[in-house]
Design a protein around this ligand. Structure first.
Ligand code: SF4
Length: 373
């Protein structure tokens, strides 16, 4: 038994989530990276035990969909053999760490991510979605990504630990940063209300002690551009979904040394600096980069429409296609939202999937024949 617990629940490899098409198994790659061998092994596992689709999450994790109940144990064995499984479910749940993708060997981001992984057991009980980011490059990449305690480069060049929701953080250094993270996590755990799950929400109710403030974070650079980066070729995945077969082919043809994950539905073929033929997005103006579509039918039992098929056919920028009013793929407003309803689509403008539609009952044919969105 573990000596700590995680409150609430988030799907993992050990404890998958049931979906319309089987289990969803989430894998949390360490330092947002898989070696070439791990990537190819995972592609095999996705094709043998799951639907053959690998989803990228907004915390730079991976999900396999459509895993059959009876295949779960065999999948876990494969993940274990690939070094992609934690020793226990509790450790897996606790390793909720987002690492900035452009880290380099022995730099602050890599060093502090590894130190935090080694000291997970010192963290208090935390809500399931409570997470950490390590973002200590020269500019910040993860400012908009989901995290509750952030290790960041400071504007003055040092390192800070910042509570999400606070504008500034506490100055620290390589040797003290993880102690500070653990101390701040304990402050959150002991001062939060039972129904407060995230740091930013907590800070709206309880003021952060001034000892945790004072030093500004560095300038944010945000996501990566598509194309060649210092780490390799940055490619996009429509809807954040990667066909395992296409990924395996790209890894082999390009000779990539690894796969680097990001929270932005982009991935990097590590060590690849020349273009080659593949099946992924490369045009920064591709409307699919700004399109969200949940898995829809037949993958989710709540949907009566094929969300991704219509999104691919429409290729409309800033489009959100939701299988039902829940809006899993984009819980924020978008210019155009199509919401599945009894095999047809309702249209919401400048709103969310649960908002009042301006038009109901559009058929896929209406949309494909040029209904004015
Ligand atoms: S939005 Fe609805 S249909 Fe789409 S994944 Fe969520 S629950 Fe399923």
């Amino acid at each position: 038994m573990s000596d700590f617990s995680v409150k609430g629940w988030c799907p993992g490899a050990y404890k998958p989530m049931q979906s319309g098409d089987g289990l969803i198994v989430r894998i949390r790659p360490r330092l947002a990276r898989l070696s070439a061998k791990q990537t190819l092994g995972l592609c095999d596992a996705a094709m043998v035990h799951a639907s053959g689709i690998i989803d990228l999450t907004n915390r730079a994790n991976l999900q396999l969909r459509g895993v059959r109940d009876e295949a779960h144990d065999a999948l876990l064995a494969d993940l274990d053999a690939l070094g992609l499984l934690d020793a226990t479910q509790a450790l897996e749940a606790r390793r909720n760490i987002l690492t900035a993708p452009m880290w380099a060997k022995a730099d602050d981001t890599q060093t502090l991510s590894l130190k935090l992984i080694r000291r997970l057991r010192e963290l208090p009980d935390l809500p399931a979605k409570f997470g950490f980011s390590v973002d200590a490059g020269n500019t910040l990449m993860l400012t908009s990504a989901s995290a509750d305690i952030r290790i960041e480069r400071a504007l003055n060049g040092g390192i800070i630990v910042r509570a999400d929701g606070a504008e500034t953080g506490r100055t620290t250094d390589r040797t003290k940063a993880i102690n500070d993270v653990i101390t701040l996590a304990h402050w959150f755990a002991t001062t939060r209300a039972a129904d407060t799950k995230r740091m930013a929400t907590h800070l709206r109710k309880i003021p952060l002690p001034t000892s945790w403030q004072g030093t500004a974070p560095a300038v944010a650079s945000g996501s990566l551009p598509l194309g060649t980066s210092s780490k390799g070729l940055v490619l996009g995945a429509a809807f954040g979904s990667i066909p395992a077969q296409a990924l395996a082919r790209a890894m082999i043809v390009s000779g990539a040394s690894g796969l680097v994950l990001t929270p932005w539905r982009l991935f990097i073929l590590e060590g690849v600096f020349s273009p080659f033929a593949h099946d992924f997005l490369t045009d920064p103006n591709d409307p699919l980069l700004s399109t969200d579509a949940c898995p829809g039918a037949p993958f989710c039992a709540s949907s009566t429409v094929n969300t991704r098929q219509i999104a691919l056919a429409l290729k409309t920028p800033h489009l959100h296609v939701s299988g039902c009013t829940k809006g899993c793929a984009r819980p924020q407003p978008s210019a155009i939202t199509l919401v599945g309803n009894q095999g047809r689509f309702d249209l919401v403008r400048d709103g969310c999937s649960w908002d009042e539609p301006i038009k109901r009952g559009l058929t896929p044919d209406d949309l494909l024949k040029g209904y004015d969105l």
